[in-house]
Design a protein around this ligand. Sequence first.
Ligand code: 2NL
Length: 413
Amino acid sequence: MGGTTEYAGNFVPGDECVVSFFDSIDTVATPLVGVPSCPSTSAYYMLVDGTPTRGVATEEGSIHMGNTTREDIVQQLEQVLREAQATLTRANNSEQIQAWHSEYLGRKGQLTGILRNLGSLAPEERPQVGKVANDIKVTLEAELQARQEAIAHAALEAMRRAESVDVTLPGRPQTLGKLHITTRTLRDIYMIFAEMGFQIYESPEVETDEYNFQLLNMPPGHPARDMWDTFYTTTPGLVLRTHTSPGQAWAMRQYAPEPIRVILPGKVYRYEAVDASHESMFYQVEGLAIGKHITFSDLKGVLMNFANQMFGQGRQARFRKSYFPFTEPSVEMDIDCIICNGKGCPVCKNTGWLELVGAGMVHPRVLEYGGYDPAEFSGFAFGMGPDRMALQKYGIDDIRYFFTNDARMLERV
Ligand code: 2NL
């Protein structure tokens, strides 16, 4: 070992020659071999209190700066430690932290500055001072990290406070969706008939003249066709179904000669002048029971049970004679008004009665068209309008609300 190279890190001949104290700190304790050296001049500049100061290479290869002692340097180091610790507690953001780091721990910081004086100590003193410096560096770095964490934590806390939800505020009311009341009514109907053993049968909305009329005992030109204002399509013989009855014909032809108990819900279409009580599309639920020994009493029993389940036990009912081309005999069943219990109100138009269903015993010709021998089989059928029932049940005065998508309608129910 010899020359000035072993202390090169402490000299400042120019920035590119500075080997930072912390890069070379090991070399203080362990004599350095092969560290980049500064140009081979014999005069060097060292930082004394941050000021470049001219030093002279001695024959032994060390630099002496006036009369700096080990105690001086240790004192300076401890002074820096105290000051750095005090300053660190006042750093509150990353800019201040960065400034603090360059001030105390950076390449041009105070700690490095002091250690540049190491060269002025006797060689045996250097490791001791180096150790003090290193301890201080480790201490400051740990405190720096703790401070950074505290700042980050405080920032997070501040953000949490700013973004926190005041749970003591009353919550915003949730507007819950509801089923359309026709859907609810339909589901009620399905449940009641399901308990009586009726299955749901579905069929097309576009039908042939044959299924919509002929199989229901209305041959071409039959005057009863005028009971339904029909939408005809541009394809001859195809119509929009005016009732769900053609589905009953499909069911009969599928199941004959097995007995049948089905209900048939779905949309039907009428060429109507639309007003508060008429729409060109609405729902219908028809029912059909076919078997041996089915009587009008069965029909009455099924419909009475339905009325009591749907509108409350103890309903009064009356049957009036009627006419449908596909039933014989035909009836209309009324129940006492569900709004006024028969006293008379706008919903029942002061009659005390509401029309509930049209019904009857399946016409022998319809049974035959469906594939059943009328001598052996009999059946009953009925048809009802769930939209109208929903209007009555929920006291809505205009059927057009059902299809105009105004959600306020749902608030009424
Ligand atoms: C009403 C009346 C009714 C039927 C529909 C029907 C179907 C077949 C055979 C016999 Cl396949 N009848 N359906 C019977 C009587 C009345 O509907 O006022 N509907 C809203």
